[in-house]
Design a binder for this molecule. Structure first.
Ligand SMILES: [Zn+2]
Length: 313
């Protein structure tokens, strides 16, 4: 554990262009699987040290503290995973979300996705499409790292819900519960992202098939344009839920996450998605669940239970 942390910190200081000198990582940062004919890879961008209170800002502090204790988590802040997904289907290479980049220097253990993609043999120039679950900085920041835009294809398409782009023109932060500095950083990053990539944006209203068997669908809730991506082939299915589900969301789908701009709606959609996945038995991957975050959803009384998939390697 200590060695892993040291390893990650060491990498943070590495120059992006100097990928040949990246030390071997002791903890794996990618996990690949197949959904029918479609290749799926979960890649870790690192972790975000965030307050535990943000997992449940509408919960009684004592109840929340008890939950953290029962889950062997420290009472104040802990490392939230940050996962992105790469999907290959129909000759297209699709990057779903782009990690933190260098947008918030205090979160120094994230921002690794670009060099980890390269370490996984995925050249930035081979990426044909980016799908954004939403435009929070931990999902778009990777594309704003110095030098990245120049290495992406000029015909790259970035798929995002029209409602998401519209939201960030005048975002409402009245219902969130974030540490100081976050709302400003989120506003600034989303604005910069749209400015940098306006010509690449391909907006959709409710649903869009990015490649055969790869469909992005707007859910709203977390942000008005928040979307999930379902990959389906050969009778198998996997949904990348973005920020609709957090570690705590199975036992307590009704708890408000501090990043949710419309928490009641987020609870409603989270519950509906978990119910759907429990019924159809398809796989779930989520941005902030422990890497590689692949598993099934089971019903447990009035709530749910996450059942991690057994690694096949
Ligand atoms: Zn997020």
């Amino acid at each position: 554990m200590t060695q892993a942390i040291r390893n990650t910190q060491q990498e943070t200081n590495m120059n992006l262009h100097n990928t040949s000198h990246i030390p071997d990582e002791l903890v794996p940062s990618r996990y690949a699987l197949k959904i029918g004919e479609i290749d799926v890879m979960v890649v870790s961008d690192g972790v975000l040290l965030l307050p535990g209170a943000m997992l449940a800002h509408n919960a009684e502090p004592a109840v929340r503290a008890a939950w953290l204790k029962e889950n062997f988590l420290p009472p104040d802040a802990f490392d939230w995973a940050l996962n992105v997904v790469v999907v290959r289907s129909g000759g297209r290479t699709i990057l779903i979300d782009a990690g933190m980049g260098a947008e918030f220097p205090d979160l120094e253990k994230a921002g690794h996705v670009i060099h980890r993609l390269e370490a996984a043999g995925i050249d930035l120039a081979s990426v044909t499409d980016v799908v954004l679950t939403h435009m929070h900085m931990d999902h778009v920041g990777g594309l704003l790292i110095d030098g990245v835009k120049e290495r992406l294809r000029p015909d790259l398409q970035i798929h995002v819900a029209a409602a998401e782009v519209k939201f960030w023109e005048a975002p409402d932060f009245s219902r969130v519960s974030m540490p100081p500095g976050f709302p400003d950083a989120l506003r600034k990053t989303a604005k910069r992202f749209v400015k940098e990539y306006r010509n690449q944006l391909r907006t959709f209203e409710d649903e869009h098939e990015v490649a055969p068997g790869v469909v992005v669908r707007r859910t709203g809730g977390h942000t008005p344009g928040h979307s999930v991506v379902r990959v389906a082939s050969g009778g198998e299915g996997l949904t990348f839920a973005g920020d609709l589900v957090f570690t705590v969301g199975f036992e307590h789908p009704e708890w408000f996450n501090g990043f949710e701009h419309d928490p009641e709606e987020a609870v409603r959609i989270r519950t509906a998605l978990l119910r759907e996945l429990a019924a159809n038995g398809e796989l779930l991957v989520a941005t902030h669940m422990p890497f590689p975050s692949i598993g099934h959803v089971a019903v447990a009384g009035k709530a749910f239970r996450f059942v991690p998939a057994i690694w096949d390697y």
